[in-house]
Write a new protein. Sequence first.
Length: 211
Amino acid sequence: MGILNEISENLQKGKAKAVKELVQQALDEGIGAETILSDGLLAGMSVIGEKFKNNEVYVPEVLVAARAMNMGSQILKPHLAASGVTAKGRVCIGTVQGDLHDIGKNIVKMMLEGKGLEVVDLGTDVSAEAFVNAAIEQDCQIICCSALLTTTMGVMADVVKAAEAAGIRDKVKIMIGGAPVSEEFCKQIGADCYTSDAASAADAAVQFCMA
């Protein structure tokens, strides 16, 4: 399957236009949309995720690869919908209230999408109630909270409490991350998972959705 490798390789290089054209070409050749997604786009993003984890590529490379992935995905979306392919799971993600940093959140979002999960992006400065309401309304299995400021970490504890108060704590996993956050803090507030990097976060999210 030469063309799927070409899609993967062009995606890794961030060549969005080439990826878009190759995806269309693959469809024209009669290759199934699901195969193009898994063996072309997701395969390429998976390589980028591993390299990012091992510090072999950095944020700019991840961003251009993700853009290429999005261009390819746009072409596939109607075909995937028609063949009844659904995402493995749904995650809502945001930076907690009082914090406007979004680079880390955006990279985690891309990695999650790169694993085939559907992501509801709530943006920055998100209140505990907004996280929980989104999880209920959008039927998410996971809430991902990001914080870069030590002063905003407490909101993550509020998210756990709000999920308990709303009665969804047993249905929704709460994942946290960001520079000041630690495994110890995760245990302290009763969240489900802390990861130190975006690629590990995506792996953990997939495990939760398959559980």
